[in-house]
Design a protein around this ligand. Structure first.
Ligand code: M6R
Length: 617
């Protein structure tokens, strides 16, 4: 949600900032802007719309400055406009700030600052920060000190980067609740809210923790924790490659990531099940899940798991619930993270709270896990972005290793999460009642899944034709039962996100309790109906829809001829274990959403109003 980039070093800042903004555009694209310290003056340019609009505005400006900050915005306070775009500057245009997050007490601060004569130029919450810095900078020796004096006055979440005319060669950055890191180069540093944006420059990065402020100059960096003094920060190496963050010949990141799923699933299970299958070792190898004896012991004793997550990660959590309850026998609840903190969940030391998050930065999920920890739960994470806040704040966890996911509509993270949840099920199950034979059967089948996903992806041309046929419909019901109920919701979410068609994901059995009232010939139903233990029940639902003149598109198991007679169209997926069908059934739904979105003329990588990572509550 919003993207920050900053540069200080020996090169011209402008091209580096622009390149960074393009890579960060998936974080927000309402407007963009940059400020560079050029000939000791803050020069700022901002534009509404995509980064290309800023590029046009800035093309002829020869900015030579070697220090600068830039921002791509996802509007929270104040509509997208030039005045509301970042960077924001103080009354004299000598200090510039870019900000991610929300300053909750900004109205109160704004009133006070206005009374003291500050002139506001925007409707944003961010602008109070720069005016506060302006005041403090007058009282102290440098920008670093001034920012440290301002931060305790701010209530809310922020990742900020600040430059000032009085402090050339310096960027000051600070983090609380919004991701922020900087890459370490050779006498140069590049600040970013997202590691994927800077891997073409350096792979050595320093992640800031909440409450930390850093002063960065070409000569080095210094980090302090507010109220605690200086902290030693080492850089860590990111393993992602530059190619992994590019489109590599695909028209969209989303399509590339759909096609990357076989590798993403393979990476999720690589090195984790082979020994288990071959040697009959007790559990799959999930080192991060049991890093110490204490956590291993606590895991063996947990009586209940609460999964907290949002959006697509919430739906993978629901699949996890079914798996863990069926095969590990541990009660699981899955809760929308944004609800968790505001009610009174019952938690004790035998509860594990498991956060699932691609970005590892989703504010709602982060706050839910903090709440669980506070109440004594063991905190676990399934996170894709290495070093992200959730990954750092949980007691233990498993990384997806899916590579960067840039498409706003999440795809490969989802199947990767389900693969990891399968491994967690095996691990917890084997610690309890699951037989080795059962565990081995699941692990062996999981290893076949990348090949089966590849096979499913070969249906793309057929799915594209179906997308053309069904693309005109504005309302859909997506129906599934048991393991495929969450897939119905995930498929509907994908369609909503990128084609703006209305789709409701429903438990197939619930359809007759209400939604069937909406069915007519203009309201198709998509049934996920693999040949599993609930097949017969779901077929009844198909019959009921057909009896009312509704159109039916079915996702069914290869070899099922019966469904072809009932449904208007069928997309077949290979046969697998019931618990693993979601890994296959979701693929046609991703492709269908993608091709409907594209056929409707939308930029599926930049769906309107959405941002990749939602770092505000
Ligand atoms: O990074 P996270 O997995 O925590 O993100 C959770 C949701 O915001 C995310 O899945 C969102 O729903 C996507 N747009 C789904 O495609």
């Amino acid at each position: 949600m919003c993207g920050i980039i900053g540069y200080v070093g020996k090169q011209k800042a402008k091209p580096i900032l622009m390149e960074g903004l393009k890579r960060l555009e998936y974080r927000g694209y309402d407007s963009a802007g940059l400020a560079v310290l050029d000939k000791a003056k803050v020069k700022s340019v901002r534009a509404v719309g995509m980064v290309v609009e800023l590029e046009k505005k800035i093309a002829k400006l020869d900015l030579k400055g070697q220090v600068g900050v830039a921002h791509t915005r996802w509007a929270t306070h104040g509509k997208p406009s030039v005045a509301n775009s970042h960077p924001h500057t103080d009354c004299k245009n000598k200090i510039a700030v870019v900000h991610n997050g929300i300053i909750e007490n900004y109205l109160e601060l704004k009133k006070r600052l206005s009374r003291r004569g500050h002139k506001f130029k925007s409707e944003t919450d961010t602008e109070v920060i720069v005016h506060l810095i302006e005041e403090e900078r007058r009282k102290v020796n440098d920008l670093f000190e001034a920012v440290q004096r301002v931060l305790p006055k701010l209530v809310g979440a922020y990742g900020i980067a600040v430059i000032s005319e009085a402090d050339p060669d310096m960027i000051v950055i600070a983090k609380k609740g919004s991701p922020l890191l900087f890459g370490v180069g050779d006498d140069e540093y590049i600040v970013s809210s997202d590691a994927a944006a800077i891997i073409s420059y350096t792979k050595q990065v320093v992640y800031l923790n909440d409450g930390e402020v850093a002063k960065i100059t070409p000569k080095g960096y210094q980090v302090v924790e507010i109220g605690q003094g200086e902290v030693e920060k080492e850089s860590v190496k990111i393993s992602w490659t530059q190619e992994s963050a590019q489109k590599s010949g695909f028209k969209h990141y989303m399509l590339k990531e759909i096609h990357e799923q076989p590798q993403a699933i393979e990476s999720a299970i690589r090195g984790r099940v082979d020994k288990f299958i071959k040697e009959g070792s007790q559990t799959p190898i999930l080192g991060g899940l049991a890093p110490t004896k204490e956590i291993r012991d606590r895991l063996a004793k947990i009586k209940r798991i609460i999964i907290v997550s949002c959006g697509t990660s919430y739906y993978s959590g629901l699949v996890g619930e079914y798996m863990i309850e069926e095969y590990a026998g541990i009660p699981v609840e899955v809760e929308t993270a944004s609800e968790f903190r505001y009610r009174r969940p019952v938690i004790d030391e035998n509860t594990a709270i498991l956060a699932i998050s691609q970005s590892g930065e989703t504010a709602d999920t982060l706050e839910a896990i903090r709440e669980g920890k506070l109440k004594g739960a063991l905190s676990l994470g399934v996170v894709n972005v290495v070093g992200s806040t959730i990954a750092r704040e949980t007691d233990a966890g498993v990384y997806n290793h899916a590579g960067p996911e840039i498409g706003v509509a999440s795809t490969k993270a989802f199947t990767s999460q389900i693969s990891i949840l399968t491994l967690i099920t095996l691990s917890l199950g084997r610690q309890r009642q699951m037989s080795f034979v059962m565990g081995k059967r699941i692990a062996e089948e999981l290893k076949r899944i990348p090949g089966l996903v590849k096979k499913t992806l070969k249906k793309e041309a057929e799915i594209k034709k179906i997308a053309k046929k069904y693309g005109k419909y504005d309302n859909w019901l997506y129906l599934g039962r048991k393991y495929n109920f969450p897939i119905a919701m995930e498929g509907a979410l994908k369609l909503k996100e990128i084609s703006y068609a209305h789709a409701e994901g429903y438990a197939a059995g619930e359809m007759k309790h209400g939604p069937i009232a909406m069915i007519d010939s203009n309201f198709p139903s998509l049934f996920i109906i693999p040949s599993d233990s609930v097949y017969e029940k779901v077929v009844s639902g198909v019959e009921e829809i057909k009896a009312r003149g509704g159109k039916v598109l079915a996702i069914a198991t290869e070899g099922n001829k019966e469904i072809a007679k009932l449904a208007d169209d069928v997309i077949y997926i290979p046969k697998t274990l019931e618990m693993l069908t979601p890994l296959l059934s979701v693929v046609p739904l991703q492709l269908l959403a993608y091709h409907i979105g594209v056929s409707r003329g939308y930029d599926v990588d930049k769906p309107r109003n959405l941002a990749k990572s939602v770092t505000v509550e």
